[in-house]
Design a protein around this ligand. Structure first.
Ligand SMILES: Nc1ncnc2c1ncn2[C@@H]1O[C@H](COP(=O)(O)OP(=O)(O)OP(=O)(O)O)[C@@H](O)[C@H]1O
Ligand SMILES: [Mg+2]
Length: 233
């Protein structure tokens, strides 16, 4: 067991201000929190409250205006673009709302590609890719192309692909935005089950109140500020 007292993500006094037509847009204001290894944290809040901005900052695809972000002991808020690229590759997987699977590759090839890019052992790749797809209950769809899969199935391929990278942290933005309640519920319950199995840390953005039951903790944002932080564990 990983000690609960050490945090894997530590955010302090984070501000993000965008400039739009010379007017400041305060996307995040004085946001501070820490996350323990293995915790499944949902970020909730109305549209425009700063959820994606927060995910992008933790994911090193955007930089803060002020404040510190420390992930796995790395102070990424001070990193150059080159160091951020290395950080993203080593530490995390993103799952975006619109799946971003490669349309000309089958489900299993989409998963394999990530493993190849990570330089994993070629002989093991096919077998492991199939195992990840089995974990998301798609063993009978491995040779389907994305266009032949339902929205929920595509999202599950995206999750298999994110897991295949074997990151410490999964960042997941609105995984159910395009799905009906039942498929969305299945996707998020699988995320929880697999994250617990592999001891991954998850930050997941959602609007859906019905999905709250799958969170260890819920951080709620409003106008760029944390208005509640509830730990169920
Ligand atoms: N590149 C940008 N330039 C200017 N303003 C931006 C930019 N990106 C985001 N914003 C603004 O920052 C605020 C937070 O945006 P963000 O995308 O984080 O919201 P969100 O909570 O993810 O919303 P949604 O639920 O609609 O996805 C919004 O007011 C948005 O208009
Ligand atoms: Mg968003």
């Amino acid at each position: 067991m990983v000690s609960q007292s050490i945090s894997i993500i530590n955010i302090s006094n984070l501000d993000k201000t965008y400039s739009l037509n010379n007017n400041p847009v305060h996307a995040l204001r004085d946001v501070s929190f820490s996350i323990h290894p293995g915790q499944i944290v949902f970020v909730m809040g109305p549209s425009g409250s700063g959820k994606t901005t927060l995910l992008n900052l933790v994911g090193g695809i955007d930089s803060p205006t002020n404040g510190d972000i420390i992930v796995c002991g790395e102070k990424i808020s001070e990193y150059s673009d080159r160091k951020l690229t290395k950080y993203r590759k080593a530490r995390l997987s993103f799952v975006f709302q619109f799946y971003s699977l490669i349309p000309t590759l089958t489900a299993v090839e989409n998963v394999e590609l990530t493993m190849e890019l990570m330089g994993m052992n070629r002989k093991k790749i096919r077998k492991e890719a199939k195992e990840y797809l089995k974990k998301v209950e798609l063993e009978d769809r491995i040779n389907y192309f994305p266009s032949q899969l339902s929205g929920g199935e595509r999202q599950r391929v995206a999750i298999a692909r994110a897991l295949a990278k074997n990151p410490e942290i999964l960042l997941i933005d609105e995984p159910t935005g395009q799905l009906d309640q039942e498929s969305g519920d299945k996707v998020v319950s699988l995320i929880r089950e697999i994250a617990k199995l592999y001891e991954k840390t998850v930050i997941l953005v959602t609007h859906d109140q019905e999905l709250k039951k799958y969170a260890d903790r819920i951080i709620e944002l409003r106008s760029g500020k944390i208005v509640s932080d509830t730990d169920f564990a």
